[in-house]
Design a protein around this ligand. Structure first.
Ligand SMILES: CC(C)(COP(=O)(O)OP(=O)(O)OC[C@H]1O[C@@H](n2cnc3c(N)ncnc32)[C@H](O)[C@@H]1OP(=O)(O)O)[C@@H](O)C(=O)NCCC(=O)NCCS
Length: 213
């Protein structure tokens, strides 16, 4: 596809292993299928929105619609870039980069998920490092934040490995009950001091306007 009307489709972010890109229809269908197969153990829920509670087909449809909606509704003011993550030519799941009023706040946030077969092998660290690179190196982000349930050690594991520091706790409502999340955050200097993943970007210049640059 020629990305002239939607430059974000020309964005490619590569690390030694995964490649990240905005999903076109075929990859959206694959993302839905991964969601149908399940992305976490049935007895745990790592997300503050219980979207995995629904029946498998409904979940797949929901993911398709949600990601397609994030593409259609993208704006520099309040957008979430949901990127498909590919490893060895196969979809392994999704890495989100979000921001509200990025041009003013200079802050981005991230959300990550990997299919169970791909967890615990360092891919989560590479894909988070990948999505943060254009934010800091290309778009001038000043800080990046993420949060994870206090009973989910993997996500903060990625954050710590990249140099994030604890940034307090927050409480959210999940299925009518309170859950506690650990916030983590880092700034440009801290990120630079902890950079271990080699990241290459293609197509960023054409996207600057999409990020309010
Ligand atoms: C969170 C997620 C993206 C992390 O990706 P990953 O590839 O599994 O993580 P990595 O292999 O890169 O590991 C990163 C760090 O976490 C640590 N870690 C991984 N699994 C862990 C576990 N079960 N318990 C404690 N630490 C763990 C690793 O040891 C590593 O730290 P280290 O380098 O200091 O040893 C992935 O596990 C996932 O998608 N989980 C399900 C969905 C989810 O929880 N999403 C986040 C919601 S906020």
């Amino acid at each position: 596809m020629d990305p002239r009307y939607w430059p974000l489709y020309g964005l490619r972010i590569r690390t030694p292993r995964p490649e990240l890109r905005l999903p076109e229809l075929e990859l959206l269908d694959d993302l839905a299928s991964v969601a149908v197969g399940g992305v976490h153990a049935p007895d745990s829920l790592p997300f503050t929105v219980p979207w995995t509670d629904s029946a498998p087909d409904e979940r797949g449809r929901g993911v398709f619609q949600h990601v397609l909606g994030s593409i259609a509704n993208w704006s520099a003011r309040d957008g979430v870039l949901s990127l498909a993550v590919l490893h060895e030519g196969k979809l392994v799941e999704r890495q989100d980069l979000g921001a509200a009023d990025f041009a003013v706040t200079g802050e981005v946030n991230t959300g990550s998920r990997l299919g169970p077969a791909h967890q615990g092998q360092g891919i989560g660290t590479e894909m988070r490092a990948a999505v943060l690179h254009p934010a800091f190196a290309g778009l001038g982000a000043r800080t990046a934040a993420s949060s994870a349930m206090t009973d989910n050690p993997r996500s903060p594991g990625v954050s710590r490995r990249l140099g994030c520091l604890p940034d307090g706790l927050q409480v959210a409502a999940l299925r009518g009950a309170p859950v506690t999340l650990q916030r983590l955050r880092f700034d440009r200097e801290r990120r630079e001091a902890h950079r271990t993943v080699d990241v290459r970007i293609e197509g960023l210049d054409a996207c600057r306007e999409d990020f309010g640059g």
